[in-house]
Ligand binder design. Structure first.
Ligand code: SAM
Length: 348
């Protein structure tokens, strides 16, 4: 490993990459397994419903994950998000989450889920100290949700949303990937939800990820177009960026709305210059950009008898490799790209 000029400072100063970005956020893909088969996550061959899965041994164990997080927190990571695949389908997930939230120095643990199991796990997540919940929902029409996810799950997801709202998680974020000809006619309905529910509805630009079968330049809708459609409903009042807004630009639809709207534009207004993320894939690879395939093999380090210093070195190597930016917007003009992985493995 060549030692470049990365600032590797103790926890008080945090981690800073070669482009002066502070790296404080680790996203963990707990599993590549999922109880849904969303059309943007599966490949053409898998659209019959059968996913190719990692074996048990290929996945990092909970003990391995906890070890990585402890080392990362000691280095300056302050926020962890659990994702997947569907994080809540992994066996004994609550045991792991309770240990995770107990790690000293880590006070911000969040989860991204499809919501199917939230009615069951919401209270336990809350009591374990999980701070924020993001729920993916691409349609408000039960039949359409079934068509997009391959499972008739709208009612379960909605009960999950109600559960976390009642428990007091705030803000609850609803993530909608806007796709032309698939769900774009519901953009305004989602925006209207923020008028009466204390949620942040977030519109995410559809990204060309790996082997996902559905992306093309026509299905993609830019944030500008999404915002123009919503603006027909009323004034979009820009809000100051909060600590929890991540890459989203946040607005309120009219002064009376209870909730807010977030716009995430990985293609049209990408936020690489502010990216503070590092990812650990479910196969144990560190990845410093969702959209670049460069990875550092942490699983081998965890299993070859090395001490924590080697884990730390692997984390630093991933940070050193973090590219300045992605060039995904070029996909709108040409074919080909830099990201060939599977979203369910990388961790969305
Ligand atoms: N199972 C969990 C869930 O559904 O939220 C976590 C994993 S899922 C891969 C995480 C997020 O990635 C979801 O909000 C999903 O909509 C989003 N996602 C997946 N593929 C995407 C793509 N090609 N473009 C934009 N977002 C995508």
């Amino acid at each position: 490993m060549t030692q470049k000029n990365t600032t590797i400072a103790p926890r008080t100063n945090g981690l800073v990459d070669l482009f002066a970005r502070s790296i404080s956020y680790l996203r963990l893909s707990l599993t590549d397994r999922c109880n849904l088969r969303c059309l943007y996550c599966v490949t053409e061959e898998e659209s019959d419903g059968v996913l190719t899965k990692l074996t048990h041994n290929e996945l990092l164990s909970y003990e391995e994950l906890l070890r990585v997080v402890r080392v990362a927190v000691a280095m300056g990571i302050t926020k962890v998000r659990l994702t997947g695949g569907e994080p809540l389908v992994r066996r004994n997930v609550m045991r792991f989450i309770r240990e995770l939230t107990g790690i000293e120095g880590l006070d911000d643990v969040r989860i991204t889920t499809n919501g199917v199991l939230l009615e069951r796990y919401g209270r336990e997540l809350y009591e374990a100290g999980v701070t924020k919940v993001n729920i993916s929902l691409d349609s408000l029409k039960p039949e359409r949700v079934a068509a997009i996810t391959g499972v008739n799950c709208f009612d379960a997801v909605w009960r999950g949303i109600e559960t976390v709202l009642t428990l007091g998680f705030a803000p609850v974020k609803l993530n909608m990937v806007a796709m032309r000809h698939i769900n774009d006619d519901e953009i305004v309905d989602f925006a209207r939800l923020s008028r009466r529910l204390p949620v942040q509805v977030r519109f995410i630009e559809f990204m060309p990820i790996g082997e996902s079968s559905r992306w093309n330049a026509d299905t993609y809708i830019s944030t500008d177009e999404i915002m123009a459609r919503i603006a027909a409903l009323g004034e979009l009042i820009p809000l100051e960026k909060g600590r929890n807004d991540g890459p989203a630009r946040v607005f309120r639809l009219g002064a009376d709305s209870v909730g807010t709207l977030g716009f995430i534009s990985p293609l049209s207004h990408h936020f690489c210059n502010r990216c503070n993320r590092l990812r650990l894939t479910s196969a144990g690879a560190l990845r410093s950009c969702l959209l670049h395939d460069d990875e550092v093999d942490l699983r081998t380090v965890l299993r070859n008898g090395s001490g924590d210093e080697a884990v730390r070195e692997a984390l630093l190597a991933a940070i050193r490799n973090k590219p300045e930016g992605h060039h995904l917007e070029e996909r709108l003009r040409r074919s080909g790209g830099d990201c060939h992985g599977r979203m369910s493995r990388i961790g969305g």
